[in-house]
Structures are given as C-alpha cells and as structure tokens.
Write a new protein. Structure first.
Length: 310
C-alpha cells in the first residue's frame, strides 16, 4: 500500500503511526489533527526513530485535511476518549459530530479509501460513517474485537501460565459491557480452554474481558488504553496491506448475517486487501445467541441516539 492516513494524532493515533512505520506497512503515513502544530511534531518525532527501527517511509503531519489526499486507507482515531467513570456512550454526541466532519474530509480528499474506525462508541460511529458515505460495507469497518480478543488471550495466559502465542480467542458483539467473549471458540493450541479452566474461571475471564478497557482507564487515570489498541489496529492493517485474508473480529455492517441488518457490530470477518471480504457466521448455541441479541439491542440503542444528531 502506498499511503495510509491517520485522523486524530492523539495517543491511539500516535501509537498506531509508530507501529505502521516500524513495520513499513506503506510508503507514506499522513497524520491529520485539529490541534495546532501537534501532528507535525508527532510526525517528526516518529521520523527520528527511523535509524533505530530501520524504516524509510515518509511521515508527515498537518492541520490541513488536504494531507489525506489519495490515501488508500484512513484510520480514524479522532475524538474525545472516556474519562474514569464515563462509558463509551457518554462520548457519543461529541464524537459523532467530529466523525461527521472527518468523514466529509475523507470523501473530499480520499474518495477511494477504506475507512477503519477506532473512535468510540465504535459500533455506532462505524454505522454513521457507512450511512454518510454510502460506501460498500467492505470499505467501512471498525476495530474492537481484535483488541477485546487480545485482552481475553492475555487474561487466559496469566491464568494458565501458558504462552500467549498458543492462545486463540473470539469476542463478538458491541464494543461495550455487553460484548460477547465466546469461550467455546477459544483454544490453547487447538485444545478448548475448558480443558484447562473451570467454568467459574472462564466466567471470571469473560467478565474481566468485558470490563478490560475500564480496568485500564481506572488504573491509568489520565488516559484510556492506547498501547494494545494501537497494536490491534496495526494487526488489522497488516491483514489488509498483505492481503492475509485473516479471520478477525471486526465491526462490520450486517446484511442479514446473524439475523441482523441495518446495524454495525463485532463479528468475525475475512479481512484482506479489499477490506471486509465477508462475514463469517458462527453457529451460536442458545446462551451465546441470547448474549449476542442483548449486545445487538445495546448497539441499536446507541445507533438510535446517533440518528438524532444532525
Ligand atoms: P486522544 O484524546 O489522545 O486523541 C484524540 C485526538 O483526536 C486528539 O489529538 C484530538 O485533537 C483529535 N481530534 C479531535 N477532533 C478532531 C477533528 N475534528 N479532526 C481531527 N482530529 C480531531 O484520545 P485517544 O486515547 O487517542 O482515543 C481516541 C479515540 O479512540 C477515542 O474515541 C477512544 O475512545 C477511542 N478508542 C477506541 C478503542 C477501540 O478499541 N475501538 C480503543 C482505544 C481508544
């Protein structure tokens, strides 16, 4: 890929940019932010790590949206993050207005790009961007489940003492307290986690996963998480730029899959060079199905709130 832009040169945006540069996922990285001079400063700072990490891609920052010109992928991290005690939904109104503005910039300057949403509440904002652009769902998707699944994997690694490299996890649903960690599809090198962990321990891990973002926010106090979020976004970018066709949980527009339509939420997708190629429909059992439906209702309520914002 030639050019990737990141809108929002905040904590998640900067972390993502650093990883994209280190991994040389593209030849040009553009950072756009409304904070005066900040994107230029961050771009320069990252550029100066080039001799250590041995990359030579171009990194530029600007307050001028024309910097987005001809991007093939735009990662959107603009917005206000949660403060301790706030839910992702509490930032909905402000972030919807910000995301509308950003969407218009992308449509004007990078009309052929894919958009990867990170800003919260990510499910409702992915839906908003899909509505505003009218683009095919393959080009508009969000990051949530890759992060939530990595949180769950790290908790399983801590609990079992096994290598995180062997742990595969799956988290579906909205990126909030109703998310659905699906332990039946979680394995340690192909062996179901139930072989190693009791039902009580699995339920405790599920609950910690659901509250994973809030746990970090409460501990960090002045910032929500950004190291793992940046790495999660970079994993999705890797799947796209290298056309890996990975099966990753993404926030995707549903068109009848899982019995849902006119909604964006976390489901396993095949992610490759054209973005979301297709949605993978899992055969959920009754309990998983009920949890998924509850999560869909919570996302739908957020989408209804977003619809009222003009
Ligand atoms: P941050 O405050 O550090 O960065 C946000 C940046 O957006 C700021 O630099 C701000 O100036 C910029 N911005 C605001 N309005 C803008 C506009 N109109 N155009 C361009 N830039 C604009 O916040 P952060 O910690 O980087 O988090 C960013 C967003 O990502 C938040 O909404 C947060 O909740 C979300 N997030 C999502 C996930 C996820 O898994 N989906 C994980 C972590 C954070």
């Amino acid at each position: 890929m030639k050019k990737i832009s990141i809108v929002g040169a905040g904590r998640v945006g900067e972390t993502t940019a650093q990883i994209l540069a280190e991994e040389e996922f593209c030849r040009e990285i553009a950072l756009f932010d409304v904070r005066e001079d900040v994107p230029e400063g961050i771009a320069l700072d990252i550029l100066q790590t080039a001799p250590f990490f041995e990359f030579d891609c171009v990194i530029q920052g600007s307050n001028d949206p024309r910097i987005l010109k001809d991007s093939e992928l735009v990662i959107v991290t603009a917005g206000i993050p949660r403060k301790p005690g706030m839910s992702r939904a509490d930032v909905l109104e402000t972030n919807t207005r910000i995301i509308d503005e950003v969407t218009d910039h992308v449509m004007a300057h990078a009309p052929n790009a894919m958009m990867l949403l990170v800003s919260n509440p990510v499910d409702a904002l992915t839906y908003r961007v899909a509505q505003r652009t009218g683009w095919d769902r393959s080009r508009v998707f969000g990051q949530a489940g890759v992060l939530d699944a990595s949180r769950m994997a790290s908790f399983i690694a801590q609990e079992t003492g096994f290598s995180a490299l062997d742990i595969t996890t799956m988290v579906l649903g909205g990126h909030g307290d109703t998310m659905v960690p699906v332990s039946r599809f979680c394995t340690i090198n192909g062996i179901p986690i139930s072989y190693f962990l009791s039902d009580e321990r699995i339920e405790a891990i599920n609950e910690r996963t659901r509250k994973g973002g809030a746990e970090i926010l409460a501990l960090r106090k002045s910032s929500s998480a950004y190291d793992a979020p940046g790495a999660a976004v970079a994993a999705m970018v890797d799947a796209i730029v290298n056309n890996r066709r990975r099966v990753l949980p993404c926030v995707a527009l549903l068109e009848g899959e899982y019995g849902e339509a006119d909604i964006a939420m976390g489901v396993p997708c095949i992610l490759g060079e054209k973005g979301v190629e297709s949605v993978v429909e899992l055969n959920l059992n009754d309990r998983e199905r009920a949890d998924f439906d509850k999560s869909a209702s919570a996302v739908r309520a957020e989408i209804e709130r977003v619809r009222d914002i003009h």
